[in-house]
Design a protein around this ligand. Structure first.
Ligand code: GLN
Length: 474
């Protein structure tokens, strides 16, 4: 865990080089089976040596010497940034994302880039052009997606912390499937500069760790306004770790009935048990309603593909990545996109282009945007009577590899509880809530905008009272 590793690094009981070697060794041992990493950094040891030198010089940056992994959609200068796509297979990032820059300043050792669904489109990491990642709890199952590599890497102990992106659940659902803690911050909390765009009005970067404390440390290192991202929020940096010890007495927890109606009773029991645990610690629990929730998934599958179809127009073979051989420039564009993109990405581009086309725009895109406004109001209304919402992270535990690949709608339904949070721009945290038939179940906590500190405080309080986050695969 990061908090402990930080103490050992500070106390000089371990060096950054040793901590890095431990991760590299664990990766060498098990990543052949799990396939969480697309690349391990050549310079990981050199970065660790620099961290040790900085400590010898008396520095104590927040992540000094701590190895972290980044989803392969976040730019790290000089490393490939494939986005899980053939079209970017050999593309090298020419600059660091702001997140990467901040991690370097914080002293982190960037150990490698993790696997993902192509351009973050998917819920199982099976859409990666480079093969699926396997769930460390059961290698016949998916780790969730799209940030499945980051979640699996943390769950399997290959790295103490990792970052992913969440456009419609891609941090929270894999955190649930892999039994780790993850937080999608409020839209605007973390800079998107240098993060390859999927759906720009929804994308956010966030961390995975074993505990809420680790996520507080990891989020604190990358959050903050960035002049290079106009959508980043002009808020002062917060010390999320300092807020962890807050009291949960009097906390008003709302359980949206749309989250529990029709939910698998086994998963529902874990949600109720968590509410009960916090009730005993002094919180109150009430039922609330998010009437528009049923329309969140259809609205998302208009808005996200619409934005994606525009964002992905830049991959034309001329400027980035793969270029097909062709006789003229139009055929070159066509063939590059034909060969370079996978089936799900093509489906999204077609859906998005259709939804935005003249004559259909009002019927689809505009309606979806209206739904988004209604959803935002639903949440605002719910937060009039409660401080935080509790529900499941996903309708099931990790499903089998191949189980949903032939049925996109079934795959989309894996995000039915997470997507509304992105549409409303709110922060959402998932923490382990127990096991079901040998697989982890995640609990999702949703707060008003910019209440990450409170969410992490709740996660920490829950983790002081329970042991679910300590259970590890194998
Ligand atoms: N599974 C959803 C999708 O495919 C969400 C992905 C994400 O959050 N990046 O769009």
């Amino acid at each position: 865990m990061i908090a402990q590793l930080r103490d050992r690094l500070r106390g000089k009981q371990i060096s950054a080089v040793e901590a890095t070697e431990e991760c590299l060794q664990r990766i060498a041992e098990i990543d052949g089976e799990i396939h969480a990493f697309l690349q391990v950094a050549d310079d990981a040891r050199a970065q660790a040596e620099r961290a040790d030198a900085r400590r010898r010089d008396g520095e104590d940056a927040p992540l000094l010497g701590i190895p972290v992994a980044l989803k392969d959609i976040i730019s790290v200068k000089g490393m490939r940034c494939t986005c899980g796509s053939r079209i970017l297979e050999n593309y090298q990032a020419p600059y660091d994302a702001t997140v990467t820059e901040k991690l370097r300043a914080a002293g982190a050792v960037i150990i490698g880039k993790t696997n993902l669904d192509e351009f973050a489109m998917g819920s199982s990491t099976e859409n990666s052009a480079f093969g699926p990642t396997r769930n460390p709890w059961d290698p016949t199952r998916v780790p969730g997606g799209s940030s499945g590599g980051s979640a699996a890497a943390v769950a399997a102990g290959m790295v103490p912390g990792a970052y992913g992106t969440d456009t419609g659940g891609s941090i929270r659902q894999p955190a649930a499937f892999c039994g780790v803690t993850g937080i999608k911050p409020t839209y605007g909390r973390v800079s998107r500069y240098g993060v390859v765009a999927y759906a720009s009005s929804l994308d956010q970067v966030g961390p995975f760790g074993r505990t809420a404390r680790d996520c507080a440390i990891l989020l604190g290192a990358v959050a903050g306004e960035d002049p290079r991202d106009a959508t980043s929020a002009p808020l002062p940096a917060e010390d999320f770790e300092a807020s962890l010890e807050g009291d949960v007495t009097g906390l008003r927890i709302g359980i949206p009935r749309e989250f529990t109606e029709g939910l698998d009773p086994a998963i529902r029991a874990h949600v109720e048990a968590a509410a009960e645990t916090l009730q005993q610690a002094g919180a109150t629990v009430e039922n609330v309603s998010l009437p528009t929730l049923a329309y969140a998934l259809p609205a998302y599958y208009i808005i996200a593909p619409a934005e994606a179809s525009s964002n992905l127009a830049r991959y034309d073979g001329a400027r980035y990545g793969y270029r097909a051989a062709a006789d003229d420039v139009l055929s070159m564009f066509k063939a590059s996109r034909h060969d370079g993109f996978g089936a799900e990405v093509k489906r999204r581009i077609m859906i998005g282009t259709y939804a935005l086309s003249a004559g259909y725009y009002d019927a689809y895109y505009l309606q979806a945007q209206r739904t988004r406004t209604l959803l935002r109001r639903d949440f605002e209304r719910a937060f009039e009577t409660c401080d935080v919402l509790l529900g499941p992270a996903a309708p099931t535990t990790a499903f089998r590899i191949g189980e949903k690949t032939d049925d996109p709608l079934q795959m989309y339904l894996a995000d039915v509880y997470t997507i509304a949070v992105n549409l409303a721009g709110l922060p959402g945290m998932v923490i382990p809530g127990g096991m079901e038939k040998g697989l982890p179940v995640g609990l999702q906590w949703i707060g008003p905008a910019f209440t990450e500190a409170r969410l992490l405080n709740i996660g920490h309080a829950y983790q002081q009272l329970t042991r679910h986050h300590q259970v590890q695969p194998r």
